[in-house]
Design a protein around this ligand. Structure first.
Ligand SMILES: *[C@@H]1O[C@H](CO)[C@@H](O)[C@H](O)[C@H]1NC(C)=O
Ligand SMILES: *[C@@H]1O[C@H](CO)[C@@H](O)[C@H](O)[C@H]1NC(C)=O
Ligand SMILES: *[C@@H]1O[C@H](CO)[C@@H](O)[C@H](O)[C@H]1NC(C)=O
Ligand SMILES: *[C@@H]1O[C@H](CO)[C@@H](O)[C@H](O)[C@H]1NC(C)=O
Ligand SMILES: *[C@@H]1O[C@H](CO)[C@@H](O)[C@H](O)[C@H]1NC(C)=O
Ligand SMILES: *[C@@H]1O[C@H](CO)[C@@H](O)[C@H](O)[C@H]1NC(C)=O
Length: 927
């Protein structure tokens, strides 16, 4: 399926008779430098996958193989093709590689062609003369790779770097020096990732031979759709006509008089645009032109806000009535802006705190971004399929998410992922691949990076799901961590040199429709002037008291303050926050032996990479957070955070049976994780109606790359953690939620809506004891009418727990809201309990609900409880993934029907007989 990665190339058609030899497949040999290993190799593939297929190593994701077989990632490998038949000698011939990971010397017919050094570039080499003088008709192509950790160490040596940026700041998890190389940064390890540092030809490759005259081959293309007069980062005038700017990159020579034509059809097949583009220029292997759209195309909207209308476009290069190239694209009409402009007087008049905006606007409307951060779905991209992305994105949409952040230290996603997001209405905040380090700012490194950025921006720009280009992950906030309001000038120079001088222009030079922000977490810009040499001047920590700026990134592993709302950041947008938990027993059992299935087993400890092994910096003002020195001690610290949090907030009665005990511990870490995120998300969402006017919440993180204790809400293999159900619920369009100050006893209950129509209805509070009996106190139980405006919050109730007359150790409030607006109805239920569920008096009140689950027809289950039951958890056997309509919920005595949506089933439906159910009682009993 990896052959679908670059459908553009496969689909580009030419009437000319060119000869294209597809190099994908298994006609390759993989050898190591010592000559000890010589096995069949594949393209696209990775050395680990080919070695595993040949039986040389075990499954890289099983047991401790990631460490045991780490020699694979540090060895030099050579991929050699079989003799290549079917080539015409004495013809213009090119090698076209859609991606090589990463350092390779390429030889063709035993002649060195080039050395490559960037995983994220397309590489094209003219080998016409090599082929012309090749003694054999069937030459051999080979790529001799040097292991990336070796290259990184070499490039990091002060004596060979041109730029002298020597680990100015580097967060390292396994191999050092990732900032010197252009390879997926998490390949060297991350706090949720193993460090395979794979080597291989990871994208399709071709030999292209052009016909003797007027023949070209399309290598890339770009479509930019914007409102006339639009400039990056500035909300455009929505009354202006649409401009479509388009271009094609090619190899070969265009004949004189070549021009560019475009056809854009609406979903019914009616033409919106048809004819030649104007202002056509041809330079450096690119032909560009544009057209002003007459008429009003239907707009593309994110999920929940309107239709995802897509138009099919054909872009053609035409000369003398002959079509030389025809490129299909699917496009959408929308404007999306990351608005960081100053708060206007009109906004202040609405009660918005002064400072600056930091939110997204789609087609001129402010939108609350609900979602999460996404990491690579597998350590080996070559086995990731479109179906995997389909499942992952369906999971996000089913979780009420409308935006995913494509995080900065994986890889740029394949085109098909954006195609799916275009169809599903998911906005993809997209990052250039730089993270948590300072990078070289001059010389070949920067030239390499600029070529990478231009290629990737052009490749992806036409997708309406593309929401923003962001320069890096967390580096700007890293400056503040090191220097507060006064970061070292040398560090600022490094930061601005790459992300404001170079990469801002690399993005803006290609597109006017997409905003650029230099880093994932910023206080925004002080000034924006498109004609200035440095168009964007960052605010950094130059802040005015009482003003609110920028987006936030918040982690605190002190569970004591997890539910203390005053510790959460107040900003315009929450870009990252989270806490780790254990994945399910079944996910571990698929890769670890039974002997390793316990909380702190040596394999699980080794898979926990929280914390980094090294945070190095040459700035003396900064010291690595105090942390035990060695890997195991650091891992134990990370594991301890999970168990401490669970014990602080939940019952933790040990079980006699070790397997039950481990399962209960997993369940507890997942409950805490879910509750902590839900508390923060409710806080950020309520902020849409407070002076901070918060308009986004993206938690860390959506998916896992392997079975390990991490921040993910979906496990490797596709199982939902309780967190994904918890966020699905708190990301409902209309929510009711309690906001508790444990110190003063004050509880406020707010209703928040992210809808664009106002809603109207009623809210209610009713108290129960743990037996599930209603507590009939007239002042504690409340009911009130309410209205909530467009993307706003309303306070509906306020009470003080110290005034509650019944014992809080045996009391849970059920909060409900029912509203309607815009022709639809919405309901939401939440609960409030005043004391930690670990409080001994609470634990002694938690009852055995004698909870049962019955399979009652296709994918439908009935859960029955005799008492109030908390965190009711339906668990699946191995072999099936998908999601329940509700899970991790609380229920009153009685029955609840739950349905299940199957995503993948290898049990032929037998899974439905083995669904089990648990509740909080499990943690309160030793049985
Ligand atoms: C791999 O290649 C590098 C660069 O040529 C070399 O320094 C290193 O010794 C090689 N490693 C092995 C294991 O052959
Ligand atoms: C290329 O070199 C290999 C040995 O490395 C040799 O067997 C082969 O004949 C050579 N091919 C050509 C075309 O010179
Ligand atoms: C760089 O070169 C100098 C002088 O040749 C040498 O003393 C030093 O050890 C080298 N540094 C490294 C890291 O190789
Ligand atoms: C950790 O940092 C030290 C220097 O501070 C360096 O020698 C070592 O290679 C680093 N280790 C890793 C794994 O990054
Ligand atoms: C074409 O490439 C040359 C050399 O890189 C550059 O100087 C020139 O500005 C480019 N022309 C255009 C129109 O991009
Ligand atoms: C701080 O911001 C103000 C505007 O809010 C600006 O006038 C001033 O120059 C900035 N100071 C620095 C050091 O950038």
């Amino acid at each position: 399926m990896a052959g679908l990665l670059f459908s553009l190339v496969a689909l580009a058609v030419s009437v000319q008779c060119k000869n294209i030899i597809d190099l994908t497949g298994n006609s390759w040999t993989l050898t190591d430098q010592q000559g000890n290993v010589s096995i069949p190799g594949s393209v696209p593939s990775y050395s680990q996958l080919d070695l595993f297929a040949a039986g040389v190593i075990g499954d890289p994701l099983v047991g401790d193989n990631d460490v045991f077989d780490n020699w694979v990632g540090t060895s030099n490998w050579t991929y050699t093709s079989h003799p290549i038949a079917g080539l015409k000698h004495n013809t213009s011939t090119y090698l076209v590689f859609e991606g090589i990971d990463t350092f390779a010397t390429i030889s063709f017919c035993n002649t060195t062609v080039a050395a490559v050094n960037n995983q994220f570039r397309q590489w094209i080499f003219d080998v016409t003369s090599i082929l012309a003088s090749c003694p054999t008709p069937n030459p051999v192509l080979s790529l001799a790779f040097t292991a990336a950790p070796i290259e990184a160490a070499y490039l990091g040596n002060p004596n060979v770097t041109e730029t002298s940026c020597l680990a100015c700041l580097e967060v390292a998890y396994y191999y050092p020096g990732r900032e010197f190389i252009r390879k997926q940064q998490s390949d060297f390890g991350w706090d949720w990732s193993p460090a395979f540092s794979p080597t291989g030809i990871w994208q399709p490759a071709y030999i292209v031979q052009l016909a003797p005259v007027s023949d070209i081959y399309v290598t890339n293309s770009m479509v930019d759709i914007y409102r006339q007069g639009q400039l990056n980062n500035i909300p455009p005038d929505q009354t202006q006509p649409w401009i479509v700017n388009a271009s094609i990159d090619y190899i070969g020579e265009l004949p004189k008089g070549a021009t560019l034509k475009a056809t854009i059809l609406d979903p019914s097949g009616a033409p919106l645009v048809s004819g030649p583009l104007v202002g056509v220029t041809i330079a450096n292997g690119t032909i560009t032109g544009s057209v002003t759209v007459k008429g009003s195309p239907k707009l593309w909207w994110p999920i929940g806000y309107g239709a995802q209308t897509l138009y099919s476009m054909t872009l053609e290069i035409v000369a003398s009535h002959t079509v030389l190239a025809s490129v299909p694209k699917r496009v959408g009409f929308r404007t999306i802006v990351l608005n960081q402009s100053p708060i206007s007087p009109a906004q202040e008049a609405l009660g918005i705190a002064p400072g600056a905006n930091w939110h997204f606007e789609i087609n001129g409307n402010e939108i609350f971004a609900k979602g999460s951060n996404m990491v690579p779905p597998d350590p080996f991209w070559t086995r990731v399929t479109k179906a995997d992305f389909q499942t992952l994105f369906e999971t996000a949409v089913a979780g009420n998410q409308n935006m995913l952040r494509v995080w900065a230290s994986g890889a740029y996603l394949p085109d098909y992922a954006y195609d799916l997001a275009d169809e599903m209405g998911l906005m993809l905040w997209t990052e250039l691949q730089f993270s948590d380090a300072t990078y070289p700012i001059a010389g070949p490194f920067v030239e390499n990076v600029l070529a990478e950025a231009a290629y990737q921006v052009r490749r992806l720009n036409h997708h309406p799901s593309l929401a923003v280009w962001c320069g890096n992950n967390e580096i700007e906030v890293g400056l503040a961590d090191i220097g507060g309001a006064n970061p070292p000038p040398a560090l600022v120079e490094l930061y601005e040199g790459l992300f404001l001088d170079s990469l801002l222009h690399a993005v803006w030079d290609q597109t006017r429709s997409i905003s650029y922000t230099p880093s994932s977490v910023t206080n925004g810009y002080l000034s924006l002037d498109h004609s200035a040499a440095l168009p964007m001047v960052e605010r950094y920590e130059n802040l005015t008291a009482g003003s609110v700026y920028g987006d936030t990134d918040y982690y605190d592993y002190d569970a004591d303050i997890a539910f203390n709302l005053s510790t959460y950041p107040v900003g315009r947008f929450a870009a990252e926050f989270g806490f780790h938990s254990q994945p399910s027993y079944e996910t571990y059992a698929a890769v670890l032996p039974a002997s390793e299935l316990s909380f702190n087993s040596s394999s699980i400890l080794a898979r926990n990479h929280h914390y980094p092994v090294n945070v190095t910096t040459f700035f003396s003002s900064y010291s690595d957070p105090p942390m035990p020195g060695n890997r195991t001690d650091r891992s134990l610290q990370g594991m301890g955070e999970m168990s401490t949090a669970a014990e602080m907030w939940l019952p933790s009665v040990a079980k006699k049976d070790p397997t039950s005990n481990f399962k209960a511990q997993i369940y507890a870490t997942q409950i805490f994780q879910s509750e902590f995120y839900r508390s923060q998300i409710a806080f950020y969402r309520r902020g849409s109606g407070l002076p901070q006017r918060t308009l986004g919440s993206l938690y860390w993180m959506l998916n896992d790359i392997w079975a390990a204790p991490t921040w993910a809400s979906v496990e490797y293999g596709g199982r939902w953690k309780m967190l994904h159900y918890g966020t699905k619920d708190i990301y409902e369009p209309v929510i009711i939620a309690p906001y508790h100050d444990a110190g003063t006893g004050d509880v406020q209950v707010w209703v928040t809506s992210d809808l664009w129509s106002p809603v109207k209805g009623t809210a209610q509070i009713q108290w129960y004891n743990w037996a599930g009996e209603a507590l009939g106190n007239g002042t504690a139980n409340m009911k009130a009418p309410l209205t909530v405006g467009k993307v706003n919050s309303t306070k509906v109730f306020e009470f003080n727990t110290f005034n509650i007359t019944f014992p809080l150790t045996d009391a849970v409030a059920v909060l409900t809201v029912a509203v309607s607006g815009g022709g639809k109805s919405y309901t939401h239920t939440h609960r409030f309990y005043a004391q930690s569920l670990a409080t001994p008096e609470v634990v002694s009140n938690i009852q055995n609900p004698n909870i049962t689950v019955t399979h009652s027809g296709t994918n439908t289950f009935i859960v029955e409880s005799k008492t109030l039951a908390a965190f009711v958890w339906l668990d699946l056997p191995a072999g099936v993934t998908g999601y329940f309509s509700d899970n991790g919920f609380w229920m009153l005595p009685g029955k609840k029907t739950v349905s299940f949506t199957v995503q993948h089933d290898t049990t032929a439906g037998k899974w439905s007989k083995s669904v089990t159910v648990d509740s909080l009682w499990t943690l309160a009993t030793s049985a």
